[in-house]
Design a protein around this ligand. Structure first.
Ligand code: TC6
Length: 701
């Protein structure tokens, strides 16, 4: 017989129910069953007058077992039955919280008669981040304790609340001292009044003020904007409202109905996929956790432009000192000025203390002398994206860097092995591709060259984590994962315009799909001059099918930076405005090619944009340039504003049906060929996609 993950013992007159199911004491079927059995044991134990539920290890219960959601069917006992048993039993039950009491874990705690916590404990109902809602009575019980507004805020944001604040709100009864939740609970139990001990379901303090209140409609209206297109947040509000309109048991039934609706929705499948994909990216088969990362005490960043400055900020934000090198003092002064201005903006918003800003700035040591890089453990190069410039820099780095230093390039497109070949130590060379603005964007593509040593990979991944990035290991191919895919997406956006859509319509369709920004607005933000430079190299290398409109647009149009790109911009304003000059250029181009513009639906535009990513993503996967389809999804979600609730491009394809996606891609390919449009050559269906569909597979595996 397997041992239960929940045990029972006794201390004086208190029965202790300990959940011991590493890593996070999630409520698997075995834990629910264990809770049922051990709580029952405590209730019938004649020697105890009260029970404590506590988590072993680093945390209280961190929620339902999300892996069970994927397997389907959660099995008996149901969490609501366990909670009802706890709440309606003959003895008071105290939840002793430490670590994170989340989701179903907090719902168990809310079913207890009292909640005590260590000061560092966090509580939250983060289900909405998985596309679902609290389905174990959380919406009904929390409402009774704290009212509608706080409940809605907590449930629709999924925020983690520190114990002292939770106590002030009325969620926790007592925050003790120290780090031992059991000790706090035992002393609390010793001072328990004789009773009666109210069940949360019978408490009323949160309900009265908000019955019939407008808070529900206000929340719905606000979420319609802030959580546009998302299913679960609106259902969360519906579930909370039920606490104010229905008796407790009927409210629970309504909550469960809404929970099941969310669970059946594609958005839950997408977001649960993202939860696991985000954790899977850290797992690299040939770089196991036993590989020790190198110690990084001092970093150097080369290039004090927008990218280099942003990269330097990342390190000093994490307390790691940086030497920032640029060749001329004027550029360096400018770069330092921009960094200081960025921090000052954050201080002005009240998000950073002045003293902290000063401390961070003092950690950056500007220099124009390569010799100052001699003690750096990690050097990140962020100079101009030109192979010759980078070659020169790496030759110089090879001369000055100490033995064992890691030499990283922030190249976004160039061949890492060619860069490494400029040094006598290719094993120490790696790509660390930050996304602009580098101090804000969460994604870091860690690029592995053919000779990169495993401990160098382990270090780059560990440093990425230390500076708050989501790091994804990618292979060395042109544009790596993100930019390799995006070039076809950008080309497809242009092809749609050539065929008849307007620039504004294409961007609007992308927004409707849920992307943070449309492809043309994104081009203007990145800079059309930079894109043209990269494109010229690719065309020369035979790596690109061409982007006809880009070649037609006036080279003086650089994008947002000079107020003229695909759109025009008023001075000091980032709002893209349609530009008749660009429209005229498009008309002329269509006329020249004899194209009669046709109309497009947003759906058709959305499919063509996203499937261009999917087809290239499948090629990348087959070439081994990404380890998993989920890694590609994470690149897109954290680097390109892809909506997490769509799961990333690859998950979106799975949810759309790989066979449907392949059928569309095959048609786009045939259409491009029939029109003699070589620019659409990338629609050649990915062999992996064809194989998976032929084998009847539903996913990329
Ligand atoms: C719910 O409760 C609904 C109830 C209604 C029922 C009717 N399940 O994040 P980490 C794994 S919905 C399964 O790296 P951290 C995770 O995959 C749930 N597994 O650690 C990883 O595994 P790996 C509401 C889970 O210290 C390992 O634990 N709860 C779960 O940075 C370590 O995780 C949530 O949404 C889980 N619930 O952060 C909470 N949680 O090592 C989700 C974690 O094999 N969890 N794992 O890769 C979290 O937010 C964070 O994991 C954390 C710990 C804050 C608990």
């Amino acid at each position: 017989m397997t041992q239960s993950p929940v045990r029972y013992d006794r201390q004086g007159a208190v029965g202790i129910v300990t959940v011991d199911s590493p890593p996070v004491n999630a409520l698997s079927q075995a834990v629910r069953q264990g809770l049922w059995d051990r709580v029952t044991e405590g209730f019938i134990d004649p020697d105890v007058t009260a029970l404590v539920i506590v988590g072993a290890g680093r945390t209280f219960i961190a929620g339902a077992d999300i892996a069970e959601f994927i397997k389907g069917g959660m099995g008996e006992p149901d969490l609501n039955d366990v909670n009802d048993l706890i709440e309606s039993g003959p003895k008071p039950v105290i939840a002793a919280l430490h670590g994170t009491a989340l989701g179903g874990g907090l719902e168990v705690a809310l079913s207890c008669h009292y909640r005590v916590a260590v000061p560092k404990a966090l509580v939250g109902l983060p289900e909405v981040k998985l596309g679902i809602l609290p389905g174990g009575g959380g919406t009904q019980r929390l409402s009774r304790l704290v009212g509608a507004k706080t409940t809605i805020e907590m449930i629709t944001s999924g925020a983690f609340i520190p114990a002292p604040k939770a106590q002030a709100l009325g969620i926790i009864d007592h925050v003790g001292e120290g780090a031992d939740p059991l000790a706090i609970a035992l002393s609390f139990a010793a001072s328990l009044p004789a009773g009666p001990h109210k069940r949360t379901r019978d408490r009323e303090e949160g309900l009265a003020a908000d019955r019939g209140s407008s808070v529900f409609d206000e929340a719905r209206a606000s979420l319609a904007k802030s959580a546009r297109n998302q299913f679960a947040p609106q259902r969360c509000v519906d579930a909370v409202e039920a606490a104010f309109t229905l008796p407790f048991d009927e409210g629970l039934t309504r909550e469960r109905e809404l929970f099941m609706q969310c669970m059946a929705h594609d958005q839950a499948k997408a977001l649960i996929h993202v939860f696991f994909a985000e954790r899977a990216v850290t797992k690299i088969p040939d770089v196991p956790p036993s590989v020790t990362p190198r110690k990084i005490g001092q970093v150097a960043v080369l290039g004090s432009g927008t990218m280099g400055g942003g990269i330097a900020m990342n390190f000093v934000n994490a307390g790691i000192p940086v030497r920032l090198l640029d060749l001329d003092q004027a550029a360096l002064d400018r770069g330092m000025g921009v960094i200081a201005k960025n921090y000052a903006g954050t201080v002005a918003k009240g998000k950073l203390a002045q003293a902290e800003m000063d401390k961070r700035l003092s950690l950056i040591q500007p220099t124009t002398d390569y010799a100052d890089l001699a003690d750096a453990d990690l050097i990140v190069e962020a100079v101009f994206e030109d192979a010759d410039v980078k070659a020169k820099v790496f030759r110089r780095l090879d001369e000055v860097a100490k033995q064992g230093a890691i030499l990283a390039s922030n190249t976004s497109t160039l061949d890492l092995d060619a860069i490494a070949a400029n040094t006598g130590r290719p094993a120490d060379v790696i790509g660390m591709h930050f996304f602009s603005p580098a101090n804000v964007m969460k994604l870091l593509e860690v690029v592995r060259g053919k000779d990169t040593a495993p401990d160098v990979i382990a270090t780059a991944m560990a440093v990425g984590k230390q500076i708050g990035k989501v790091s994804v290991l990618v292979g060395n191919c042109d544009g790596f994962v993100g930019n390799r895919m995006v070039q076809y997406y950008a080309t497809e956006a242009q092809r749609l315009v050539i065929e008849g859509a307007s620039i504004e319509q294409v961007d609007q369709a992308a927004l409707e799909f849920g992307l943070a920004m449309g492809p043309f607005a994104m081009g203007d933000l990145a800079g059309l001059d930079v894109m043209a430079f990269i494109r010229a190299r690719r065309v020369a290398a035979g790596l690109i099918y061409g982007t006809p409109l880009s070649d037609r647009i006036d080279p003086a149009r650089k994008g947002q930076k000079n107020g003229r790109g695909w759109y025009r911009y008023e001075p000091g304003n980032r709002t893209p405005l349609p530009d008749p000059e660009v429209a005229a250029m498009i008309d002329a181009y269509r006329a020249e090619r004899g194209i009669t513009p046709r109309t497009f639906s947003s759906e058709e535009i959305g499919k063509r944009l996203i499937y261009s990513l999917v087809n290239e993503g499948a090629k990348i996967l087959e070439e081994g340039m990404a380890l998993r389809a989920g890694d590609i999804d994470i690149v897109y979600i954290y680097g390109y504003g892809f909506p997490a609730w769509r799961g990333g491009p690859m998950k979106f394809a799975e949810l759309s049906g790989l066979d449907n996606v392949l059928a569309d891609i095959t048609r786009y390919h045939a259409d491009a060929a029939a029109a003699g449009d070589a620019d659409g050559g990338y629609w050649e269906p990915a062999p992996l996609l064809k194989r998976l569909v032929a084998e009847g597979k539903k996913g990329f595996g």
